[in-house]
Design a protein around this ligand. Structure first.
Ligand code: AMP
Ligand code: MG
Length: 346
C-alpha cells in the first residue's frame, strides 16, 4: 500500500475530504492533534478499529480513545453523562483531556478492549476536528506509532513507523504539547490514569480532589489490577537504552558527565538530554537541550522528538529528570517508561 502525505499547514481543510471518505470506508488515517499524531478509524465499526491494532502491532487488550467534534456527541457514546463531566468539558474541551465513563451499547468492544467503559476526547486541533466532522462518526485513535515506540509528534515520525501500512497521513506540522492527553477516569473517584498537559492541579481547581493512579511513576505491580491496561506495556522506548538521572541540576550534570565518559570509554555511542540550566556543563559532548527546567511544558514538547532522533544514532541516552509538579508529572511519566524505570537519584 502506498502512503500519501498531505500538508494541512495554513489550510486545515486540505486532505480532510479524502480522509473522511477513507474513514467512512473503514480505512485508517493518521492525523495531527495538539497532543501527538493519532491513527484513526471509524469508532463505530469494530472491523475498521481492528485495522488500527494490526497496523500498530498493538496488543488487543489496550483500549483506544474516541475523538469527537462537538461536546454533545458524548451523550450518544456514554450510558449517561455525569454532572462532573459537564463541568470538565466546559472548562477543558476542546483540549488535551480524555474522560472515561461507562459506555453506551453502540460503542464496539474493539474500541474499549472488552471494557464496559469508554474514553472520549474532543481535540482542539483544527485539522482533527474538521476530519471528525466530515467523517460524521467518532474517530477511534491511539497514538500513530508502532506499538512500544515513542509517540509521533511530526508527520515524518508517523511515516517512519507507518509507511506502507496506511493510505493517508495528514501533516499539520509539529504538535503543540507533544505528550498524549491527560486520561481522567470518572468511574468512581476521579482518578488520573495518565498525566498530561491538563494537570492534576488544574483539575483540582475545578472539581476538588483528584486521585493519581499508583502506576504513574512506577511499573505496574504484579497483583495490581490495571485500571488503564495500556500502562502495563513497554512504552515510548527509542532504539537506544535510556537512563534517567534525577536531583539538583549541578550534581545531576556532574554525574551525567562521569557516566558519559565511562560509556564512551566502553565504545558506546552516547547522547545527553540536558536542560538549559545544565547545557554549559556538557560543552563539547553530544548533548541536546530539552528546554528550561522552569518550563516543563517545553520539556514535554521536545521529549519524544529528541528520544526518536538521538535514539536512532546512539546506544545510550542519559536524560535529566525533573520534579513532578504540574506538567513535570507528564514528562516524568513518559521519560521513566522510555527508560524502563532505569533511574538514579544524586
Ligand atoms: P494511546 O493514546 O496510544 O496511549 O492509547 C489510548 C490510551 O487510553 C491507552 O493508554 C489506554 O490505556 C487509555 N484508555 C482508553 N480507554 C480506556 C478505558 N476505557 N479505561 C482505561 N484506559 C483507557
Ligand atoms: Mg500510544
Amino acid at each position: 500500500m502506498e502512503t500519501v502525505v498531505i500538508s494541512t499547514v495554513g489550510k486545515e481543510d486540505a486532505g480532510t475530504v479524502m480522509g473522511a471518505e477513507l474513514i467512512r470506508n473503514g480505512e485508517l488515517v493518521a492525523f495531527p492533534t495538539e497532543t501527538v499524531y493519532g491513527l484513526g478509524a471509524n469508532g463505530l465499526d469494530g472491523e475498521a478499529v481492528n485495522r488500527i491494532f494490526a497496523a500498530k502491532g498493538r496488543p488487543n487488550d489496550n483500549p483506544l480513545i474516541l475523538h469527537i467534534a462537538k461536546k454533545s456527541d458524548v451523550k450518544d457514546l456514554w450510558a449517561h453523562v455525569p454532572k462532573i463531566a459537564n463541568t470538565l468539558m466546559d472548562t477543558f474541551w476542546p483540549g488535551p483531556l480524555t474522560l472515561i465513563f461507562n459506555k453506551a451499547d453502540c460503542v464496539p468492544y474493539e474500541v474499549t478492549a472488552g471494557l464496559e467503559t469508554v474514553a472520549i476526547r474532543m481535540p482542539q486541533d483544527k485539522t482533527a476536528r474538521t476530519l471528525i466532522q466530515k467523517a460524521g462518526v467518532p474517530i477511534a485513535a491511539p497514538s500513530a506509532n508502532r506499538s512500544g515506540r515513542p509517540s509521533p509528534t511530526t508527520a515524518r515520525h508517523v511515516l517512519d513507523d507507518m509507511d506502507g501500512r496506511i493510505p493517508l497521513i495528514l501533516d499539520g506540522g509539529p504538535c503543540r504539547y507533544g505528550v498524549e492527553s491527560t486520561v481522567l477516569s470518572l468511574v468512581g473517584e476521579p482518578t488520573i490514569l495518565r498525566p498530561g498537559a491538563v494537570t492534576r492541579e488544574m483539575l483540582e481547581a475545578v472539581i476538588g480532589p483528584v486521585q493519581l493512579a499508583p502506576s504513574i511513576l512506577k511499573p505496574l505491580g504484579e497483583r495490581e489490577v490495571a485500571a488503564s491496561p495500556g500502562m502495563k506495556y513497554r512504552h515510548y522506548a527509542p532504539d537506544a537504552e535510556v537512563y534517567v538521572i534525577e536531583g539538583d541540576p549541578k550534581p545531576v550534570a556532574k554525574r551525567i558527565r562521569t557516566l558519559y565518559y565511562d560509556l564512551e570509554a566502553e565504545g558506546k555511542r552516547t547522547a545527553i538530554l540536558g536542560t538549559e540550566q545544565t547545557m554549559p556543563s556538557y560543552r563539547n559532548l553530544n548533548a541536546y537541550s530539552l528546554g528550561d527546567r522552569e518550563e516543563p511544558e517545553t520539556l514535554c514538547a521536545n521529549l519524544f522528538v529528541l528520544l526518536r532522533d538521538t535514539g536512532a544514532e546512539n546506544d545510550v541516552i542519559l536524560a535529566e529528570g525533573i520534579p513532578t509538579e504540574n506538567t513535570g508529572l507528564a514528562f516524568m511519566n513518559r521519560l521513566l517508561r522510555a527508560a524502563g524505570f532505569r533511574r538514579e537519584t544524586v
